[in-house]
Design a protein around this ligand. Structure first.
Ligand code: GUN
Length: 280
């Protein structure tokens, strides 16, 4: 029987655990605050930001919201980040991406103090992860590790294949699987014989951004398949990078879309906010 990895349920469990931790911290006199910055009003970003603020409320984290106009200059945004970096009451700073084109995204990411970088995007956070030092880890790949662990699937010694090499998912994903003692291969758009490599995987993490690209012919019998993609198909139905109907009968465990990796990203952001107290 193929196990369906329920990200909605697991993310709820994590949020409930965090709620208790936050409540204990509050009783000891520590309040946690996340500053959320959105520049412009991209509708998808507004939905993500709204969900992040809702999760804060659920867990008991105070959120400070900065909704800035599309025309905000890079200088103005940098000045706000600087003020929040130096505000002892603010534990985490999140700038929702993408920012408008006239603002240099890399510059913004680098401006956030690594001690408040709850997204885990700062080069210091990425570097710390790659050399096994404490720091914030990018939320989506951290969520994938939690999904695997909480489904009692071991990573140690396993053949792990990651498809995709983005800075936010693929690269940190490979580092995390390595940290868990997996044997890791990263595939990308220039990889030759991608199907043969995928077929070796005990754990296959797919983050390519192409709807339903991975069908059963890429998957070894009994493999764990984690789908990071989210798209609308030809019938306007949500789907992932994995062709679920095709892969489900072959896989040992699989994440659905929606309700798999998606809800984990916010749960891990909340976890980073709680962890920020330790790093500060
Ligand atoms: N835009 C899409 N995903 C993310 C994310 O995880 N963090 C931020 N800051 N922006 C995003």
């Amino acid at each position: 029987m193929t196990k369906i990895i329920d990200g909605k349920l697991i993310s709820k469990q994590i949020k409930d655990e965090l709620k208790e931790k936050v409540s204990a911290l509050k009783a000891a006199g520590t309040e946690i605050c996340l500053a959320v910055i959105q520049v412009g009003n991209d509708p998808a970003s507004s939905v993500y930001v709204g969900n992040k603020k809702k999760a804060c409320e659920y867990i008991g984290i105070r959120s400070e919201s900065y909704e800035l106009a599309e025309e905000t200059t890079e200088e103005e945004l940098l000045s706000l980040i600087d003020r929040l970096n130096n505000d002892d009451k603010v534990n985490g700073i999140l700038v929702q991406l993408p920012v408008p084109k006239h603002i240099d995204e890399d510059k913004i990411i680098k401006a956030i103090s690594p001690k408040k970088d709850v997204d885990g995007f700062h080069p210091m956070s990425v570097g710390a992860l790659s050399i096994g030092q404490p720091g914030f880890v990018s939320c989506t790949p951290a969520g994938v590790i939690e999904l695997i662990k909480r489904s009692d699937i071991s990573i140690e010694g396993k053949e792990c294949v990651v498809i995709g090499r983005s800075n936010i998912v693929g690269k940190p994903m490979s580092m995390l699987l390595l940290r868990e003692n997996g044997t890791v291969t990263v595939c990308h758009s220039r990889t030759k014989n991608i199907k043969d490599i995928c077929k070796r995987a005990d754990i296959l993490v797919v983050a390519i951004g192409k709807p339903k690209m991975i069908d059963a012919s890429y998957v070894k019998e009994g493999a764990t398949v984690i789908d990071v993609g989210i798209h609308r198909d030809e019938n306007n139905k949500l789907c992932g990078d994995v062709d679920y109907e095709s892969v489900y009968p072959v896989a040992g465990a699989i994440t659905p879309v929606p309700g798999g990796v998606g809800p984990m990203t916010i749960a891990m952001l909340m976890n980073n906010c709680v962890e920020s107290v330790k790093l500060q």
